[in-house]
Write a protein that binds this ligand. Structure first.
Ligand code: NAD
Ligand code: WQD
Length: 337
């Protein structure tokens, strides 16, 4: 298929491009490189040996995006472009609404102009907020507890209303749980700017000596070992879920939210132990106070993804840890190195 990929140079976008190009899809990337590097696309080309069009453009620039879409004529769009830092979203709410909600509106206009009615959207388990029950299924109420989550819930709403308003429109809303890991080659991976706010990139920098020790945010949660439990999903599995979703969205009428997780949770201490094992030494850590806004446990019910996408996760935490270490040890300063 001809697939327009917004945010393709980012962590999840770059891994998805490798899978799409490997399956023979024809891709065109739109990215402003706001939180990524063109080097990621160079490495995608190197890994796949496939041609890849890319445009440096902001998704909020509707005229530019429309021109690109009219020229490329996508059969489907995968919409990764967005801002994703929960803490920052509280400090810069308008930027987050502008990019994540306004950018989605802009994209829809460009799709309409180009006659494309098929979209796969990067949503997040953060749209659920505090669990009323676990595991989270797609019918769980959406009550996001941070600005970032609000923007994702709002973009889901916009896409659902648009997809329901006319025939020939489909939107698969993929709600990712906790994406981690890297391509097994170690050539592409997660490259956060500044101090990583997520667990695994932070641990990776402890392992490579960029940071002194991990702070474990709370060991008094109501979980088996007291530390937070999350459903970590290998980014290559997540990438393959997008390829599967392309098949689904082609004939879909309306919007469909689908969780992307494994259904199995691991604690911070378990992730720390798995990563320490791969690195070959116990990585230093301290117990710190809880982080505001964190919940004890977040785990997916992934049965809808299995039923409707024919997809399930294949990689466990050992693969996650090994691939992160392959990436981090070869690229301690990310794409800037
Ligand atoms: P990322 O920051 O690595 O990638 C986002 C990409 O979008 C980057 O290449 C960035 O340059 C681009 N971008 C940002 N603003 C743009 C704009 N205005 N115009 C054009 N391009 C722009 O993040 P990621 O982890 O790859 O996340 C991809 C998507 O998945 C995001 O929408 C994110 O909210 C969502 N998501 C991520 C996670 C996660 O933990 N990584 C979890 C759930 C959902
Ligand atoms: C995981 C666990 C922390 C860092 C966030 C977003 C979510 C989604 C994924 C985008 C928690 C603990 C963390 C550290 C720690 N992103 N931790 N020390 O918060 O589950 O989800 O990323 O959509 O929307 O909210 O992920 O990796 O930050 O934390 O102890 O230095 O690790 O408390 O229990 P989170 P995370």
């Amino acid at each position: 298929m001809r697939v327009l990929v917004t945010g393709g140079a980012g962590f999840i976008g770059s891994h998805t491009l490798v899978e799409l190009l490997g399956q023979g899809h024809h891709c065109c990337v739109v990215d402003s490189f706001a939180t990524s590097s063109p080097e990621a696309l160079a490495r995608v080309r190197e890994l796949t040996n496939a041609p890849l069009d890319a445009h440096e453009a902001d998704i909020r620039d509707t005229a530019r995006l429309t021109g690109i879409a009219e020229e490329f004529r996508p059969e489907a769009v995968i919409h990764f472009a967005g801002l994703k830092a929960v803490g920052e979203s509280a400090e810069r709410p308008v930027d987050y609404y502008e990019v994540n909600v306004g950018g989605t509106l802009s994209l829809i206009r460009a799709m309409e102009a180009a006659g494309c009615g098929r979209v796969i959207f990067s949503s997040s388990a953060t749209v659920y907020g505090d669990p009323e029950y676990l595991p989270f299924d797609e019918a769980h109420p959406l009550k996001p507890i941070n600005v970032y989550g609000q923007t994702k819930a709002m973009a889901e709403r916009v896409l659902s209303d648009w997809a329901g308003a006319a025939p020939g429109r489909g939107a698969v809303l993929l709600r990712y749980f906790n994406p981690v890991g890297a391509h097994a080659s170690g050539r592409i991976g997660e490259d956060p700017a500044g101090i990583p706010s997520n667990l695994m990139p932070f641990l990776a920098q402890v392992a490579s000596g960029e940071r002194e020790r991990l702070s474990i945010f709370g060991d008094d949660y109501d979980t088996p070992d007291g530390t937070g439990v999350r459903d970590y999903i290998h980014v290559v599995d997540l990438a393959r879920a997008h390829v599967a979703a392309l098949g689904r969205v082609a004939a879909l009428e309306g919007a469909e939210p689908i969780n992307v997780g494994t259904g199995r949770g691991y604690s911070v201490k378990e992730m720390h132990a798995a990563f320490s094992k791969v690195v070959g030494r116990e990585l230093p850590y301290e117990i710190a106070p809880r982080r505001a806004g964190d919940i004890a446990t977040s785990v997916a019910d992934p049965s809808r993804a299995r039923e409707r996408l024919g997809w399930e996760a294949a990689h466990g935490i050992e693969d996650m840890a090994k691939s992160i270490w392959a990436w981090q040890s070869a690229n301690p300063r990310g794409y800037r190195g």
